[in-house]
Write a protein of this length. Structure first.
Length: 109
């Protein structure tokens, strides 16, 4: 059974990590935008050829691949923190339900 301490720990986790979650989301969005910029820059640096050839060169460039890997890691960090927040919220909700049930039982007795 969940205790008051469990609920307090969940709240403390959320309080202590809200800035980390915000930073993870901001970083994910920043990398997404930077990918667009880098793709355009690489496209302009690509050897002369068709648009498709230049785009393929840009998107297969090591710099762009590194950004894709960075984006993957940023998404993973955001998702992990998000799921941990949902687990903390669920813990608090279960605790609240238990408390409400205890109050009803106390009134019945």
């Amino acid at each position: 059974m969940l205790t008051t301490q469990d609920a307090e720990d969940a709240l403390e986790f959320m309080h202590d990590n809200c800035l980390k979650l915000a930073e993870a989301r901001a970083q994910k969005e920043q990398i997404k935008e930077f990918k667009k910029i880098e793709s355009s820059r690489l496209f302009l640096e690509a050897p002369k050829g068709s648009v498709a050839d230049r785009q393929a060169w840009a998107l297969s460039h090591e710099t762009y691949k590194n950004l894709v890997e960075g984006e993957k890691e940023a998404i993973r960090r955001e998702y992990e923190l998000s799921m941990r927040f949902k687990a903390a919220e669920a813990t608090i909700e279960v605790w609240r339900t238990i408390q409400a049930n205890n109050r009803v039982e106390a009134r019945v007795l």
